[in-house]
Design a protein around this ligand. Structure first.
Ligand code: PEP
Length: 253
């Protein structure tokens, strides 16, 4: 298994100077961290370059929050995997619930992004997760399985090494209501067994992250869940005072 992965998703927050400042604060705060842990920052597109420069000399990595599946073309307002790789990105988040539910990205659209991202030498952080209605009507497992199946449809088995999965129940994102350790453990267990069915033993090494209202106050209970291999953090990653304790708590795992 690779080291635990903690991803900071800054969504549409911060200009270049704010993002570079926050990146420097986080990098400084983690300098003493001896434990092996991978920390990735995902600022808005317009701050990628500034954050890339701010992270020089640190072990922190850069991610884009999204990209288009084509490398170029008549896609007004879109940015390609080649363009974000040029900005210094090592990962791209795809299928975030805000992309699915606010911008109506389908499983098929999300699935088309994986190969171009990997062709640029970057890793994919694939988000999956059910809505509250789907959970309440006992559809969590089938929804997550369908999202995984469609996104990973054309994936060559060996390419699973370049994919990380983030389980993010939609009802837990930005709501302050995180999933319980038991709920996370059940879904992560199902994701793991489905991955192993799909790609064989290589699926045992895929990191499965949890995301949804992770905060310094609840991180300890999540760290204790064996099936969690990292975190995707939104709101609490916007301040070093709340993000650093989350990374440190995970470093004890
Ligand atoms: C996210 O943006 O992926 C997320 C999990 O947000 P939050 O931590 O604010 O719920």
């Amino acid at each position: 298994m690779k080291p635990p992965l903690i991803v900071a998703n800054w969504k549409m927050h911060g200009g270049q100077a704010d993002c570079a400042r926050l990146a420097r604060q986080i990098a400084r705060g983690l300098r003493q961290n001896s434990a092996e842990i991978e920390v990735v920052l995902a600022p808005p597109f317009t701050a990628l370059n500034a954050v890339h420069r701010a992270l020089r000399g640190s072990a922190l990595k850069l991610a884009a929050q999204n990209c288009h599946w084509e490398s170029q073309g008549a896609y007004t307002g879109e940015v390609s995997s080649m363009m974000v790789r040029e900005q210094g990105c090592r990962y791209v988040i795809v299928g975030h619930s805000e992309r699915r539910h606010v911008f109506f990205e389908t499983d098929a659209m999300i699935g088309r992004k994986l190969a171009p991202i990997m062709a640029q030498g970057m890793g994919v952080i694939l988000c999956v997760g059910e809505t509250l209605d789907q959970r309440q009507s006992n559809q969590t497992a089938s929804v997550v399985r369908r999202q995984l199946q469609l996104a990973l449809k054309g994936l060559a088995k060996a390419d699973i090494a370049n994919v990380e999965i983030a389980y993010e129940p939609v009802w837990a994102i930005g709501t302050g209501q995180n999933a319980t350790p038991k709920q996370v453990s059940q879904v992560h267990g199902k994701i793991r067994s489905w991955l192993v069915q799909r790609v064989g033993a290589a699926g045992k090494g895929t990191r499965i992250l949890y995301g949804g209202s992770v905060k310094p106050e609840n991180v300890a209970s999540l760290v204790a869940v064996d099936e969690i291999n990292g975190l995707l953090v939104g709101g609490a990653s916007l301040k070093s005072e709340s993000f650093l304790p989350i990374v440190r708590a995970f470093s004890q795992k």
